[in-house]
Ligand binder design. Structure first.
Ligand SMILES: Cc1cc2nc3c(=O)[nH]c(=O)nc-3n(C[C@H](O)[C@H](O)[C@H](O)COP(=O)(O)OP(=O)(O)OC[C@H]3O[C@@H](n4cnc5c(N)ncnc54)[C@H](O)[C@@H]3O)c2cc1C
Length: 317
């Protein structure tokens, strides 16, 4: 929901849009968020503005509404699947060989030559870039990265008052306390909602991720009816028109910043992990940083604060 240079590149595509953002911090939100809150009168003004403009109601626990000064340029929506297909096609057009659906079982480095063992074959390489998401600690076993994996639930609702959820009628929004967030009804997909905070810890990644349970949905419905009453109706007479649900995984670092670095013991191995639920929009620039590191051994992109060394002393990294 924050700065989105990559959208400008794709905004000609049907699967990407610039949209307005609205963010409401509350108890438990970081000082960064609070700094934006100057006075309670600003709260009253924000509340009035938000309710009149967007028929959203700030949760009782909220402290303010925060909307960037130039909203149009700072947020966006992208169809994740379409953009991944687009990126794969771009890579292929540039000569990349795509080896899909072939799990990596392990890798080893001998005299600067890398052998990557996959289910189907062994691959020999001079450089290796690893971005294995929630499975990073399986592929980078020797590093013991301080990663926590959480199961997250998303839901799409058919809105009670559809005219309220058209693209220009409602911003991308996020509200305390669990950073309950949502998107307009883009392309008739329904109104997507989720909670950025919270989620169940996943201890065994070899087990399938549990599909959404009624408890998962109850908490989303509870908050939705409080924050966006025109979506499913206020309690008790809710009219929940659930279209779709999905689970996926967050891979969290202790400081919720990414880890992008060269392997401390193998000079020709590079990795990125721990995107902590907000990495998709940064994928193009992270790819650029990793390509720079692999090809030139350095990058001009400001990634020093994302390196591993000394960052998680307690975890021995
Ligand atoms: C509910 C939810 C909502 C989100 N919303 C947003 C959002 O609005 N904005 C945003 O910017 N980000 C968002 N994110 C976060 C974003 O999806 C992630 O940060 C990003 O996808 C992480 O990228 P990754 O490459 O590390 O991992 P992934 O996208 O998981 O990719 C890792 C890949 O590695 C493959 N892999 C793993 N192990 C092996 C192996 N041994 N062999 C071969 N392949 C392997 C996996 O199959 C997978 O394809 C959201 C995430 C979730 C779960």
């Amino acid at each position: 929901m924050f700065p989105w240079p990559s959208v400008r590149v794709c905004s000609g595509m049907a699967w990407a849009r610039n949209l307005e953002p609205l963010f409401s911090p509350g108890p438990g939100c970081s000082a960064w968020d609070r700094k934006k809150v100057k006075s309670s009168s600003e709260f009253a003004r924000a509340q009035g503005f938000i309710t009149s403009r967007w028929r959203l109601s700030l949760p009782l626990r909220s402290e303010a509404g925060f909307r960037p000064s130039n909203p149009k340029k700072t947020a966006g929506w992208i169809d994740a699947d379409a953009s991944i297909q687009y990126a794969l096609q771009q890579a292929k057009d540039l000569g990349a060989e795509l080896i899909l659906d072939n799990p990596v079982l392990g890798w080893e480095c001998r005299e600067n030559q890398l052998k990557v063992k996959t289910e189907r074959e062994n691959l020999i390489a001079t450089k290796l870039i690893i971005t294995a998401g929630a499975w990073a600690n399986q592929v980078l076993r020797d590093l013991g990265l301080p990663l926590t994996v959480k199961r997250k639930v998303l839901a799409w609702f058919d809105p009670l008052q559809p005219e309220q959820f058209e693209e220009e009628k409602i911003p991308i929004f996020a509200f305390a306390p669990n950073l309950f967030y949502g998107f307009p009804n883009i392309g008739g997909r329904g109104v997507k909602v989720g909670e950025h905070l919270g989620g169940n810890l996943v201890h065994d990644l070899n087990l399938p991720v549990m599909p959404p349970s009624s408890e998962d949905l109850d908490s989303l419905v509870e908050t939705a009816s409080e924050v966006v009453p025109t979506l499913i109706g206020p309690p008790p007479g809710r009219d929940v028109r659930l279209l779709r649900t999905m689970t996926c995984l967050y891979t969290l670092t202790p400081d919720e910043h990414f880890i992008i670095d060269r392997h401390p013991r193998h000079q020709n191995v590079f990795f990125a992990a721990g995107f902590s639920g907000h990495g998709f929009k940064f994928a193009p620039v992270i790819a650029e940083a990793l390509a720079d590191l692999a090809l030139d051994g350095k990058t001009t992109l400001p990634i020093d604060f994302l390196r591993l060394k000394g960052r998680f002393e307690k975890s021995g990294n």
